[in-house]
Ligand binder design. Sequence first.
Ligand SMILES: [Zn+2]
Length: 76
Amino acid sequence: MAAEPFAVVDAVLAHLCHKGLHGDVAEWCEMRHDCVYVVTCPECGASFTLLEEEYDVLIERSRQVGWTCGLRPISA
Ligand SMILES: [Zn+2]
């Protein structure tokens, strides 16, 4: 079987949605515009580092569950 490409997304959702939490997000960009997103659990402080494409998937998954957990909706 192929490796799950977005395993970190599942890990973040499993962690946050277990308790219906929304993670705090920080964006970290390096000099060459390589950005990663750090999602931190507001309850225990666990943090997960996501690549931009993984972050996009996390947003989509959060939207699919009606923003009940995962990430907060971003005003469009
Ligand atoms: Zn936690």
